[in-house]
Write a protein that binds this ligand. Structure first.
Ligand code: ZN
Length: 199
C-alpha cells in the first residue's frame, strides 16, 4: 500500500460522517473500538504479524496519534506539532542516502510516523486533507491539479455544498430585497421547481 494511502485509511478509522444520502443518514463510527479491533486493522494493513497481542495502552497511543494527525490535516496544528511526541532521527540508508526513523517501541506507530514525516519533508503531506464539510470530515488525498480541493468527493460533498449555497442565495432573494432585474425571480422559480422550499 502506498504510504499516504495507508495514512488516509488510518485517519478514516474514525468515521465522523453524519450526512444523509438518498434519504439515508450515514452512521458515524469508530473502527478501533478495542485492542483486538486495533490488532485486526493493523494485520489487514500488514503493519504487525498476525496474532500480535495489543494492550489497551497501544490503543490509546494509536488513537492519540490519529487525533493529532487529523488535527494536522484539518490545518489546526502543524505536522511537526502532531509528531512532537515521537522523536525521530536520520539514519544512513544505502539506497536513498538518508532515511527518517522513529523508535517508539511500537513498530506500527513508527511506520505511520515515518511515513508522515517523510511525506511532510517531500511536500506531498499537504495534499492529505479533511473534507471541508462539517458533517463529513473524511480524510482524502487531494488529486486536483492546483491542490486546492476541499471535498472528499465532488459528487457527494461538493454537490451538497453547491446545493446549499444555491438555496441560501435564493432564500436571500425571497426574504430580502431581490435584484432590481428579474434574474432573482427566475432563480427563485427554478429553486421552487427544483423542489427547494423558498419559505
Ligand atoms: Zn466529504
Amino acid at each position: 500500500m502506498n504510504g499516504l494511502r495507508l495514512i488516509e485509511d488510518f485517519l478514516n478509522t474514525v468515521d465522523e460522517r453524519t450526512f444523509s444520502r438518498h434519504g439515508q443518514a450515514h452512521v458515524a463510527g469508530e473502527r478501533l473500538t478495542s485492542p483486538q479491533a486495533l490488532a485486526d486493522w493493523l494485520t489487514s494493513h500488514e503493519l504487525i504479524a498476525t496474532a500480535t497481542a495489543m494492550r489497551p495502552a497501544d490503543l490509546t497511543a494509536t488513537t492519540a496519534l490519529r487525533t493529532a494527525l487529523r488535527q494536522a490535516i484539518a490545518g489546526n496544528i502543524s505536522a511537526t506539532t502532531a509528531l512532537a511526541d515521537h522523536p525521530m532521527r536520520l539514519v544512513a540508508d544505502p539506497t536513498s542516502g538518508l532515511r527518517i526513523t522513529a523508535r517508539s517501541g511500537l513498530p506500527w506507530l513508527d511506520v505511520i510516523v515515518e511515513t508522515v514525516a517523510t511525506s511532510a519533508a517531500r511536500g506531498d503531506w499537504k495534499r492529505l486533507k479533511l473534507c471541508a464539510a462539517p458533517d463529513c470530515r473524511w480524510a482524502f488525498y487531494d488529486t486536483s491539479r492546483n491542490g486546492r480541493g476541499r471535498w472528499c468527493d465532488m459528487e457527494v460533498c461538493g454537490n451538497r455544498h453547491k446545493t446549499r449555497t444555491y438555496r441560501e442565495r435564493h432564500l436571500r432573494h425571497v426574504g430580502g430585497k431581490p435584484d432590481n432585474n428579474d434574474r432573482g425571480v427566475v432563480q427563485v422559480r427554478d429553486a421552487v421547481a427544483g423542489g427547494l422550499d423558498p419559505s
